[in-house]
Design a protein around this ligand. Structure first.
Ligand SMILES: Nc1ncnc2c1ncn2[C@@H]1O[C@H](COP(=O)(O)OP(=O)(O)OP(=O)(O)O)[C@@H](O)[C@H]1O
Ligand SMILES: [Mg+2]
Length: 335
């Protein structure tokens, strides 16, 4: 990535909270990241770490009692937080498309696939129904739906899970967005279909040149699809960097623990798979200092009092929020 390239999306100090009866929960805590043209940023972390709330915040889709409390979400130089709901609606679809874990979220069971795709196009473009249908059919072909003309007449429940997710991807691509946010787009599918959908997204990204934010708890998928990765824990960014180097040499003990718990990604395959002991802290009861300290096998006393800042460390682009990062000494470097 050239130093001069401007990011397509620049998120700065994003903080999203939920006000509930039990108190104020910080679901996303002061995160900042960039997404460059044509790249895929992977977001990983255990369940409840704030991945979906971060993705929804970008799109302005966090519902009550959630609220973006601070930060800027700059898309092509405009802070999306300053836009009206109408302006945001234009950005959604035309500039940024979203694909959810469950295609049912984007597809209504009561209407045919064709009706829904045509309606989305016509909500944004002043064109005839037949022109909108032609565009829908073109996108259905693009995502590998066979006989798209007759599929237009199908209801979502008449399709397989994989086909439904392909239609949801076609819907996200309808208006040619430059950024796609995919939140666990394969998690609800059969394992055999998951790889097909991942491959489809990779080839579409290369062909259409959109940027992709790919949220997943599956590090194997992230390794295949992402250029850079951001590791989240309890709403915070723990580590970010280029995917190959970060997976090879995690500097944050949390990243290392996640990798050690991933069946396909252990750095040392002779060691048994390790679950991470303990649980994510409740968002209302975060420990002082480093949020991972209570579960960290390398914890030291200062970790429990001082909250680490995300700092540049090691190779280009790597940033880590850890007071005692796992940097190998020269004689420990493995080849
Ligand atoms: N509507 C809500 N009200 C209160 N808290 C919420 C709400 N939605 C999310 N949260 C809280 O925000 C935090 C982050 O949730 P989020 O859904 O972003 O996690 P995630 O990383 O996407 O997890 P998963 O891998 O399970 O999808 C969690 O602690 C969750 O309990
Ligand atoms: Mg989620």
């Amino acid at each position: 990535m050239s130093e001069q390239t401007q990011p397509r999306l620049a998120v700065r100090n994003l903080t999203t909270v939920f006000h509930t009866r039990a108190g104020r929960f910080v679901a996303v805590d002061d995160i900042s990241f960039d997404v460059y043209p044509g790249e895929c940023l992977g977001i990983v972390g255990e369940s409840g770490s704030g991945k979906s709330v971060a993705a929804l915040s970008i799109m302005g889709l966090v519902d009550y009692p959630g609220q973006i409390e601070a930060g800027r979400i700059e898309y092509a130089g405009t802070d999306l937080r300053t836009l009206s709901e109408n302006q945001l609606r234009r950005v959604r679809g035309e500039e940024i498309g979203i694909i959810f874990q469950d295609p049912q979220t984007s597809l209504n069971p009561l209407f045919t696939v064709g009706t829904q795709l045509v309606d989305v196009v016509r909500a944004h473009r002043k064109i005839s129904k037949s022109e909108a249908a032609a565009l829908a059919i073109e996108k259905m072909k693009l995502v590998g739906i066979s006989a798209p003309e007759s599929r237009m007449k199908s209801y979502p429940w008449e399709l397989s899970g994989g086909q439904r997710q392909r239609i949801a991807i076609a819907m996200a691509l309808l208006l040619g967005p430059k950024l796609i946010i995919a939140d666990e787009p394969t998690t609800a599918l059969d394992v055999s279909i998951q790889a097909q959908i991942v491959d489809l997204l990779i080839s579409l990204k290369n062909e259409l040149d959109f940027s992709l934010i790919f949220v997943s708890h599956d590090l194997g998928v992230i390794q295949n699809v992402a250029n850079r990765v951001m590791v989240m824990y309890a709403g915070r960014m723990m580590e970010t960097g280029e995917v190959g180097s970060l997976f090879r040499d995690p500097y944050h003990p949390y990243t290392a623990a996640l990798l050690a718990s991933a069946p396909t990604l252990r750095t040392n395959r002779s060691e048994p798979l390790q679950a991470i002991d303990g649980r994510l802290p409740s968002p209302g009861k975060l420990p002082p200092g480093c949020v991972f300290a209570p579960r960290c096998q390398y914890v030291q006393e200062d970790c429990r009092v001082r909250q680490p800042l995300l700092e540049s460390i090691g190779d280009a682009g790597r940033r880590v929020a850890c007071i005692h990062p796992l940097i190998a000494l020269p004689d420990e470097v493995h080849v």
